[in-house]
Design a protein around this ligand. Structure first.
Ligand code: ADP
Length: 218
């Protein structure tokens, strides 16, 4: 379903979010107070407008309230990011996602009602570190302090075996959600599914269980 997004602040993070949402076929309104940033985004957004995220009247006249999601990606200027978030919540935007710069910024955003607070640099740092320490892990998504999803490359140890034979859930307490093979992805593999060398297994579980599976089971 096509959704309406607005992205405020078109630095590296905001512009990537904007381009990707537009590529995925959604309506995206790009907002920045820098004309050059707006000019660079005209081809990658449905509409692009030079405006400040702290200008309540401007946001109101853009009909910001009617957007499904507004992403506040104002970078270093923490004060503007906070004020913009506050205005959006006061105008009644139901989903406001904000990029936080640090812990204190995060806490303030939480207090003023940001619906989701993201730390893209930290998240990416964690994912890259996970990849660096284990060549088997190709991607990592943290779900909470305890649970994550990992993508691991099937080694010789698990290949030519069925999910049933591996019995990962009983042995390690984690679940193989899906198997990627080249461009194909099997999102609900049967117990009889045979794993092939270099398949990518998408596994969900407690971090300790995932670690054990990756170290001992793979
Ligand atoms: P990143 O770390 O994601 O690259 P930056 O700090 O480089 O973030 O970029 C933030 C963007 O937000 C810049 O394009 C800047 O022009 C824009 N910006 C800063 N303040 C405002 C504001 N009040 N309203 C709208 N856009 C803003």
């Amino acid at each position: 379903m096509r959704k309406q997004f607005a992205v405020i602040g078109l630095g590296r993070f905001g512009s990537s979010v904007c381009k990707e949402l537009y590529k995925l076929g959604h309506d995206v309104l790009a907002i920045d107070n820098n004309e050059e940033k707006i000019n660079n985004m005209t081809e990658h957004s449905t509409h692009s407008v030079i405006a400040s995220g702290t200008d309540e009247n401007a946001l109101h006249s853009l009909g910001i309230r009617n957007f499904d999601y507004v992403i506040v990606a104002i970078g270093d200027n923490i004060q503007s990011s906070i004020l913009c978030t506050l205005i959006l919540k006061e105008l009644g935007v139901s989903n406001v996602w904000v990029k936080a710069q640090n812990y204190y910024h995060h806490r303030v955003l939480e207090k003023i009602g940001a619906d989701r607070i993201v730390h893209p640099e930290q998240d990416m740092g964690i994912r890259i570190a996970q990849h660096l320490v284990s060549e088997k892990i190709v991607d990592y998504i943290e779900l909470s302090d305890e649970y994550s999803i990992i993508e691991v490359i099937a080694t010789e140890k698990v290949s030519n075996k069925s999910l049933d034979q591996l019995n990962v859930r009983a042995k390690f307490g984690c679940t193989i959600l899906a198997i990627k093979r080249g461009k194909d992805i099997n999102i609900s593999p049967f117990p009889s599914e045979i794993i092939e060398l270099n398949d990518i297994l998408i596994v969900i579980g407690h971090k300790n269980d995932l670690k054990r599976f990756e170290e001992e089971g793979m």
